[in-house]
Design a protein around this ligand. Structure first.
Ligand code: IPM
Ligand code: MN
Length: 366
């Protein structure tokens, strides 16, 4: 095996449970790296509240430069009660937004899967939710998160939702290209019955389909209806294409389907360097207790490996997560009241062991 491949990762643990869940992701990366003939070098940098405390800024220049020079960024989470009274660019979250902009990662991919065998923790009935497999493609560097004018006025405040045609076109391409590798069905979500920016969205997206992807199916839903449909019948969705704010809300809604926010990874791509982070937040209430579920962070590391070309190792991580769950290991968020729970680090170690096992017991012999 060729031992020369190496990947330099900027590790941004952030706040709350960010450090403990990404530590497990790094453990798993190390394990699959050894098994698959590459090395991962992670260099730690501050972001969010941790960076504010140390430097007075949520996204210090040193962090920005390290991220831009890395092969990929692995992030935990930002924010917490300590900084809740902060405003404007002193909010920990503004550091994350600045990072996304600095990297130019305009496409946020959030897969939500509920395998038939894992409906137990879902708040929905197994016969409704089993088999759900949705990919949210959320525009990440535009929309109301970044529109101008913004801020306080004499008698109020304003935020502006802005999309250029070019911004809509490039995110539409991402969604259609993902759909080509899946079931070929895109649902575009907007609020075209009210917002001009959504009217434009609804003109541009079908044009991109007609010009480039005539074989794919496309339908449009208003965001309020889409929210209801995600809960009523999540299996109707394949790829969901939407803007920054609607994608933020719908992906949290859908994240409830598997039963825990702790399961869902995300990849933000399309820029110079990819950013990989769990969908969940910093969960300050359980931080530092070694009880958080590291699955979302570990699966984010798998998406990171996909992006740097280590797809076999990425699959091995997914296999490791499945194997740990199949072996009955449950962190507190997933355990039924009569089930034993394991800690963050125990779960991470178990995934690492399974992921690094080059010959899983149930694999066919060559
Ligand atoms: C997310 C988060 C962020 C967002 C916050 C922390 C700025 O909720 O990644 O979904 O709104 O994009
Ligand atoms: Mn969110």
């Amino acid at each position: 095996m060729d031992n020369t491949r190496s990947h330099d990762i900027a590790w941004l643990p952030g706040d709350g449970i960010g450090p403990e869940v990404t530590r497990e992701a790094l453990r798993v990366l190390d394990a699959v790296g050894s098994a698959h003939g590459f090395s991962v070098t992670a260099t730690e940098h501050r972001i969010g509240g941790a960076a504010l405390d140390e430097t007075g800024r949520p996204f210090p220049t040193s962090t920005r430069e390290a991220c831009l020079e890395s092969d990929a960024v692995l992030l935990g989470a930002v924010g917490g009660p300590k900084w809740n009274d902060n405003t404007g660019d002193k909010r920990p979250e503004s550091g994350l937004l600045a990072l996304r902009r600095a990297l130019g990662v305009y496409a946020n991919l959030r897969p939500v899967r509920v395998p038939e065998a894992r409906t137990g923790a879902s708040p929905l009935r197994p016969d409704r939710v089993g088999g759900t497999d949705i990919l949210f493609v959320r525009e990440l560097t535009g929309g109301i998160y970044f529109g101008t004018p913004e801020g306080r006025t004499d008698d109020g405040a304003r935020s502006t939702m802005v999309y250029s045609e070019a911004e809509i076109e490039r995110i539409a391409h991402v969604a259609f290209q993902r759909a080509q590798r899946r079931d070929g069905h895109v649902t575009s979500v907007d609020k075209a019955n009210v917002l001009e920016v959504s009217e434009l969205w609804r003109e541009v997206v079908p044009r991109i389909r007609e010009e480039h992807y005539p074989d794919l199916e496309l339908r449009h839903l208003y965001v309020d209806n889409a929210a209801m449909q995600v809960v009523r019948d999540p299996r109707q969705f394949d790829v969901v294409l939407t803007g920054n704010l609607f994608g933020d809300i719908l992906s949290d809604l859908a994240a409830a389907l598997p039963g825990s926010l702790g399961l869902l990874p995300s990849a933000s791509v399309g820029g110079t360097v990819g950013l990989f982070e769990p969908v969940h937040g910093s969960a300050p209430d359980i931080a530092g207790q070694d009880v958080a579920n590291p699955t979302a962070a570990i699966l984010s590391a798998a998406l990171l490996l996909d992006a740097v070309g280590e797809t076999a190792a990425a699959d091995a991580i997914r296999h490791g997560v499945d194997a740990a769950l199949d072996a009955g290991l449950r962190t507190a968020d997933l355990a039924a009241s009569d089930e034993e729970t394991v800690s963050t680090s125990t779960f991470g170690r178990e995934v690492a062991t399974h992921a690094a096992d080059p010959a899983p017991k149930n694999a066919p012999t060559p």
